[in-house]
Design a protein around this ligand. Sequence first.
Ligand code: WT7
Length: 635
Amino acid sequence: MHEIKESFDVKLAEDEKYYVPDEKYRRTSWIGDYQRRYDEFLADPDAFWNDIAEELDWVRHWDRVLEWNYPYAKWFVNARLNITSNCLDRHVASDRRNKAALIWRGEDGTERVYTYQKLLTEVIHFANGLKKVGVSKGDRVCIYMPMVPEQAIAMLACARIGAVHSVVFAGFGETALNMRITDAQAKIVITADISIRRGKAIPLITIVKEAILNAPSVEHLVILRRRREPPVEMRPDFELDFYELMRNGGADCPPEAMDAEDPLFMLYTSGSTGTPKGVVHTCGGYMVGTYYTSKYVFDLKENDIYWCTADPGWITGHSYIVYGPLIVGATVFISEMTLDYPDPGIWWRLIEEQRINIFYTAPTAIRTFMKLGEAWPEKYDLSSLRIIGSVGEPLNPEAFEWYYHVIGKDRCPIVDTWWQTETGMQMITTMVGEPMRPGFVGKGIPGVVADVVDKDGASVPLGSGGFLVIRTPWPAMFRTIYNNDERYRQYWETIPGVYTAGDLAVKGTDGYIMVIGRSDDIIIISGHNIGTAEVESALVSHQAVAEAAAIGKPDPLKGNSIKAFVILRVGNAPSEKLKKDLMYHVRMTIGPIAVPQEIAFVEKLPKTRSGKIMRRVLKAQEMGVDPGDISTLEE
Ligand code: WT7
């Protein structure tokens, strides 16, 4: 639930600094004149989306573009389609058949290239394999895999037969994985024996085996066996080998004709309670939204090689590694490499080697590189880059400048894209060719009506702050929260009439939007979304802990870090060792991203009279600022 905190005043130093891209960007980009496109959209939104959808293949045409029954939308009403026909078959039937769809680079230096034809063949075989073990339309399939091509193949194979995938980032621990499997009632879990990080093998399979102990819905594990010697043992009938399943598949698998509103996938995101939310996306609108943004925001051209450094375990990877770019017919580079292994030059070396044209990464990575120094990127030829992007958290002006000068060489437009798991597609950015303003993401893209409002939903005047909202439906919007439609409605009912994103923002005097951070109890750490409640319930599940409160603290690299305040149960004494134990416990239950950087043992926590922990007070104390209204404080 989004709890709206008090409005706030910002005193923004409006330095009018803009970077204006070379005029050729606007002249040659798909978007052309941003304002003109935006006005066209406003004049007739349905016609705008209709024309984009017409560029794709459908089994049955829609009767209407949009049926908006607030807060429920149906896009491309009664249309039928399969997203994989657009990701794969459409290109295989064209000149793109032998074009590289995916170029994958493993940590050990292995490179694999999948042409569109090859990718389609593999997807079909794996889809048939899934059918053979009883997966059919509407079944939920959990994918818990490292960044290997098989991860994308598994996703696309599900989409081919209409199974609903739920990808869980392989950095999550067993409790987090178990919650996601049981909430979705997944029938199959697709995983790998190991993931490889900084030269070390991490045994994914042990985590999975723990996670499914209390998950009776799971009928089979499908295991990608990466380690040759000795290969992992398999429990007969229950555990199946990824490639064996594929070999038994068969070469023909017609795409399931999905209704535009059938679910395509679900993806869990943190909420302000301990349970993550299963965000549900549907086939038609998501396809159109990710296609449109991939093409127009990244300005993808036929010969581009595009690299997004995210993991498909997050929405960024779903929309901008797997679905969007493939629908456009692009060449997508995927790398399993961590940014500083074997050395901090590895990403720049890959850009040089692969001649990457479009590069999409996160502010936390950019800030890490800033710290490591310019010498690393300067060793490599980055002249192939044409557009560079950012996503996941605010790109602060210092990071913007560094990215622009050191990586973009004062030449490449930066697309800082604001969006969310829930929005499915990019929503706010400065489109290629438009003047860029450090610290500001930009404006709603054509098709999106973004605004900054006060508590009652009234637009704030230019130059002031408030809550970031979206005023009208968009095709890739989520349709519900799995098993919890009430929570879906809350997004639209927090501020009447609009979608409340949960972010605080400022509207500059030029209408450009600056995103400040979350207005609810979600902490964005290195671009990943963690609920304070999730961290707290992990801590409380430790036998020594009676109560816990978690807050986000600004961190120069990660954006935020977690500080936890813990009340111990009687009989437990505070110690450095216990702190380490608690950190380890959180690592095992949720995963490394949720581990508090600091833990303080306390006797009491500030609470309201009704017993709710006032994290705001803890945070103010921590930052040495005025806590604001504390009239509801217990004593
Ligand atoms: C939250 C959504 C969208 C993919 C990754 C995150 C923050 C995202 C930006 C940006 C400032 C940003 C917001 C948002 N965020 N992009 N360009 N500038 N903040 O997806 O995990 O659903 O998190 O990430 O706070 O609400 P997510």
